[in-house]
Design a protein around this ligand. Structure first.
Ligand code: 7GP
Length: 797
């Protein structure tokens, strides 16, 4: 069933011309880049259809279990390049377009990023979808078809400005609208008891309509579906009002409904607390569960079999209403008894936790929950009562506390398995936030360390390194990443080390050209490219990196003739619009960049680059060109990280703390090939016991005092000298993420990195070892873990 067998270059050429002519209605002499992109996308999509249908057929025939991955976020990025890579069509399409005088790269760049997510959690969901297809695990992703994905970031005088994102402004060639697949989603109203049954009389309803995107796996052997729901009105517009001339009121029902799938909440770690957000969570969850039950009942009639046929994964607590909603559908719609409904729901559901930060643990007031979802509030109370009486737990383990529904507890109680996303994170779940629940539901918590797809993150984004890998260890590593370990046997081969170095340099030159075009800066590709890209958050400690940059700058200025290792410091990332401290950090990085980049004394030795609007596509550009990966969060705060894995696969060395998956990366690549600094999670806990930890640490560090002094004097904000006084004050008096306490250790470690970089051959050796040790971090390994330990599903390959 390999779709590739019958794709000849000639047939593809014909397809593209046909789509240009008949789908786009253009002849070649008038076709724009957009037209070409659409024609190519439709042609590549055509080739995905066959494995897509075949996968559906096989799944029906096998009568096995299907996986349903429910997520409010899918950060999929661009699709065309990825699909061509999976199908092995990259070179063919490039040649076809070359003949037409069109550049494939321009076509790829014309596609907007599908930014239906904020950060790690959303990108993980996208990697998982791809791996499930590669592994022929029958699965659906369920999400929301946001009309506006994550905001576009722009800098104005160094500050972040958010602009609306508009990816659906043009037709999306990868989606199939399914008007026939639609479900009614109720809200509000009241519940009545009749004949021992509960009847919910909703006051508002919207339709959820399905939009399907095929997700093709490696070599086109299998394709699953990402089903995104769009909200549509249940009532058409009000003709009477329209005829009387009140056009705005006439369109009101439509506007109201569509609001539900209009925007992605641009929060990554804080609860938004908005009614609309709760409605979005329910909208996705209810549509998905209705669809799951409809599909199940089309094949079976005994609902008690549901847990044998359906595994549902809740991606964080955002879809945690799945517990009460599944019980509601089974009882109120399908007539099951409470005990049966609850047992079945529990048998299907699982929950992944992605953060221990207290501000990110969702709660909803019982008042709001009761108003928006009155029937669910009843069900939640009954789940809670049984949970408390069955476990005899302490009151602080209740689902409802102080008039708030704790979604983490609800998800936990209604899940067969609860998993963390790295070994350390899972341990900390058991010891901290979920210690009590772990006590009353022992062995429910398990670990599944995150992974990333090597197809997008190495093969597609780093063709230069991919070639070196295939030349050295042979073909096939893309779907068997443990094979990268074979590289280790080539460590003594000078040519291999050189080739790895040459691939890196090639990528750095390409990145330099891009930065030159976009930002008018000219970078030195022989300098060390030192990169920190991720959401801007205090716990990720971008501030510590900037402080080190300032220390470096001062040191060079004090001794310009010294033996310095040239560096380019690269930052990328967005801040949640309401997270003002993070936005100040962005402003600060840009101010520091401006000061340093204008200093002729340090120009050849230090540059600071912060391209605006970091997204998946930018990550694909930056990661292959990185020498040093910054993974410097306060130990215990980063659940896993996934960027850290992408860098390692691409031969960057890591400077990092013992946090999240860094711990496992270091184990896999070897401690001597990893630049470790800073306190451990346990030491961090002890440090917090010292009330004036920040002051003490600053007083003990001359470099840090000097840096804070410069900032306080306004060196980086000459037109507004007091701009960063609050930042300096917060450092002395609060420093909630222990930047000061880890700073000297970080500085010393960075000096070690400088020394290591001066020996290019040795650096390439370390890079080789990092690549060789990165096989474990393929999301294929992660998905196999979920299939075996959580879903109990089999590959249909
Ligand atoms: C992130 C975690 O911060 C990151 O460490 C992890 O690698 C990633 O999930 C995938 O597991 N969390 C989020 O993106 C997030 O929004 C709030 O968490 C619920």
């Amino acid at each position: 069933m390999n779709a590739l067998n019958d794709v000849s270059p000639q047939s593809l050429r014909t397809r593209i011309t046909k789509h240009l002519t008949y789908t786009l209605g253009k002849d070649k002499s008038h076709a724009s880049l957009y037209d070409w992109r659409m024609a190519v996308s439709y042609s590549v999509r055509d080739i995905v259809i066959e494995p897509w249908f075949a996968a559906t057929r096989k799944t029906y025939e096998a009568q096995g279990k299907r996986v349903y991955y429910l997520s409010l976020e899918f950060l999929i990025g661009r699709i065309l390049g990825d699909a061509m890579t999976s199908l092995g069509l990259f070179d063919t399409v490039r040649e076809i377009l070359d003949d037409e005088g069109i550049s494939l790269w321009d076509v790829i760049e014309d596609e907007p990023d599908a930014a239906l997510g904020n950060g790690g959690l959303g990108r993980l969901a996208a990697c998982f979808l791809e791996s499930m297809s590669t592994l022929a695990c029958p699965a659906y992703g369920y999400g929301i078809r946001y009309e506006h994905g994550l905001f576009r970031q722009k800098f104005e005088n160094g500050s972040q400005v958010e602009l609306p994102e508009d990816w659906l402004n043009q037709p999306n060639p990868w989606e199939f609208e399914r008007p026939e697949s639609r479900y009614t989603i109720p809200f509000k109203g009241h519940v009545e008891q009749a004949d021992g049954k509960s009847v919910w009389y909703a006051a508002e309803t919207v339709y959820a309509r399905a939009y399907d995107m095929p997700v093709v796996g490696w070599q086109g052997k299998w394709a699953n579906t990402l089903r995104l729901w769009g909200a549509h009105p249940t009532e058409m517009f009000d003709l009477e009002r329209f005829n009387s001339g009140d056009y705005t009121a006439a369109a009101a029902p439509e506007a109201l409904a569509r609001t539900l799938s209009r925007v992605l909440y641009p929060e990554d770690t804080t609860e938004s607390g908005k009614e609309l957000r709760l409605k979005q969570e329910y909208f996705l969850t209810s549509a998905a569960l209705q669809d799951i039950l409809r599909r199940f009942l089309s094949e079976y009639d005994d609902l008690s079999l549901l847990p044998d046929k359906v595994a549902i994964q809740m991606n964080d607590t955002h879809p945690a209403l799945a517990g009460p909603e599944l019980i509601r559908l089974l009882m109120d719609v399908h007539g099951l008894a409470w005990e049966d409904a609850k047992r079945i729901a529990l048998g299907c559901l699982n929950y992944t936790n992605h953060t221990l930060l207290p501000e990110a643990l969702e709660t909803w007031s019982t008042w709001l929950m009761g108003r928006v979802l009155p029937r669910h509030m009843q069900i939640i109370e009954r789940i809670d009562a049984e949970h408390q009486s069955e476990t005899n737990c302490a009151p602080d383990l209740a689902i409802v506390q102080h008039d708030h529904v704790h979604m983490g507890t609800l998800a936990f109680v209604m899940a067969s398995h609860v998993n963390g996303v790295s070994a350390l994170h899972t341990d900390l779940m058991k010891e901290t936030v979920f210690a009590g629940l772990n006590g009353v539901y022992p062995s429910r918590i398990i670990n599944q360390t995150n992974g990333v797809t090597p197809r997008r993150w190495v093969r597609l984004s780093n063709p230069a390194l991919s070639k070196v890998l295939t030349d050295t260890i042979g073909a096939g590593w893309e779907s068997d990443l443990d094979r990268l370990a074979d590289l280790a046997a080539h460590e003594e081969d000078h040519d291999v080390r050189d080739a790895i170095g040459a691939a890196k340099r090639h990528n750095k030159v390409a990145l330099s050209n891009w930065v030159g075009e976009k930002m008018g800066m000219s970078l030195n590709p022989d300098a060390m490219f030192d990169v920190q890209i991720k959401r801007i958050h205090e716990y990720k400690r971008q501030l510590m990196n900037v402080f080190e940059t300032i220390a470096r700058w001062s040191a060079i200025r004090a001794n310009p003739q010294g033996d310095w290792t040239p560096r380019v410091k690269i930052f990328g990332g967005k801040a949640a619009p309401g997270y003002f401290v993070a936005k100040d950090i962005i402003h600060f990085i840009n101010d520091v960049a401006k000061t340093i980049n204008n200093d002729p004394v340090t120009a050849d030795l230090l540059q600071v680059v912060y391209p605006a609007n970091y997204n998946v596509s930018m990550a694909q550009r930056l990661i292959p060109a990185t020498d040093l990966s910054e993974q410097i969060s306060t130990a215990g705060k980063e659940a896993s990280g996934t960027g850290n894995m992408k860098f390692t696969m691409n031969g960057a060395l890591t400077i990092g703390t013992l946090d999240g998956a860094n711990v496992e990366i270091r184990e896999h690549v070897g401690a001597e090939n990893f630049f470790l600094f800073g306190m451990t999670a346990a030491q961090v806990q002890d440090r917090y016991q010292v009330t004036d930890h920040a002051r003490q640490a600053i007083l003990a560090s001359q470099p840090l005092q000097d840096i804070l002094q410069m900032i306080a004097e306004g060196r980086f904000s000459p037109t507004d000298k007091g701009r960063y006084l609050p930042l300096v004050d917060a450092m002395w008096n609060h420093d909630p993420f222990l930047v000061a306490s880890d700073f000297d250790s970080y500085l010393a470690c960075q000096a070690q990195v400088d020394r290591a970089y001066t020996d290019a051959d040795q650096w390439n050796r370390l890079a080789l070892r990092n690549i060789a040790g990165s096989g474990f971090f393929s999301s294929d390994r992660t998905i196999k873990g979920y299939m075996a330990d959580i879903w109990d599903t089999k590959s249909l390959a």
